[in-house]
Design a protein around this ligand. Structure first.
Ligand code: NAP
Length: 247
């Protein structure tokens, strides 16, 4: 039980990668806070499945792009659990379009959810972790933030921003015993990628040396490593989980 007795906040944990990370942390013994924005029933189901591992689990609805909602969630968790050991900034959305067709609102929404959401939760949690003099922060970026992708300039900018943010905060918080790392998934089968056309899916599949799309467990395994003591001497890094797509 690598995470026995730890408390972890996972944003965007009602579905997809966040859901799988929350369940793998619960299986490893952590109490899990399942954040989400709209899927009430799906989030409750994740909590039920997590509790079956004998840990505490609760759902807290909050929009990651709103700083006050992030701060309230963190205060509530701290009051209830007494510490916050792990934060996974996973909540994310896409609103794809070519630059000339992309409207300002779609740019703002994607940056505010992915990048500002990561800032909001990291800032709120870092105060707690600094006092504890320990903590693990894991930010879910994307390989698109490294190589770019036509039709995703908003998303790529947000994910590249998360990588720069991760490295900067790792430098700021290292002396307080807090590690900050990013995971850059490639093409992972979730609701987010289910909407892509068969042609785009085929293009992705052809570009993957391991010749298969990733699944949420592939990403959750890396998150579990970064949340555990096994990664204590690793900070400011970006780990690609992409079947070799970007190397
Ligand atoms: P997903 O299946 O669409 O799930 C997204 C999750 O984020 C849901 O739980 C959703 O909650 C939550 N969420 C969205 N907006 C939110 C907000 N404003 N506040 C709080 N929660 C919010 O996506 P996914 O594929 O698992 O992606 C998870 C992360 O991995 C994202 O950061 C994504 O960018 C990144 N990623 C994914 C892939 C991929 O191929 N799938 C590749 C690279 C990176 P509701 O259910 O309540 O809407």
């Amino acid at each position: 039980m690598q995470l026995k007795g730890k408390t972890a906040i996972i944003t965007g944990a009602s579905r997809g990668i966040g859901r799988t990370i929350a369940l793998s942390f619960a299986k490893a013994g952590a109490n899990v806070i399942i954040n989400y924005s709209s899927s009430d029933e799906a989030a409750q189901e994740v909590a039920r499945e997590a509790m079956a591992y004998g840990v505490k689990a609760e759902v807290i609805k909050a929009d990651v792009s709103n700083y006050l909602e992030a701060e309230n969630l963190v205060d509530r968790v701290l009051n209830q659990y007494g510490s916050i050991d792990i934060l996974v900034n996973n909540a994310g959305i896409t609103k794809d379009n070519l630059l000339l067709r992309m409207n300002e609102d779609d740019f703002d929404k994607v940056v505010n959810t992915n990048l500002k959401g990561t800032f909001n939760f990291t800032k709120a949690v870092s105060k707690v972790m600094m006092k504890q003099r320990k903590g693990k922060i894991i930010n879910i970026a994307s390989v698109v933030g490294i190589i770019g992708n036509a039709g995703q300039s908003n998303y790529a900018a947000a994910k590249a921003g998360i990588i720069g943010f991760t490295k900067s905060v790792a430098k700021e918080l290292g002396s307080r015993g807090i590690t900050v790392n990013a995971i850059a998934p490639g093409f992972i089968e979730t609701d987010m990628t289910a909407v892509l056309s068969d042609k785009v899916k085929e293009q992705f599949a052809n570009a993957i040396p391991l010749k298969r799309p990733g699944n949420p467990e592939d990403v959750a395994n890396a998150a579990l490593f970064l949340a555990s003591d096994y990664s204590d001497y690793i900070t400011g890094q970006v780990i690609n989980i992409d079947g070799g797509m970007v190397m």
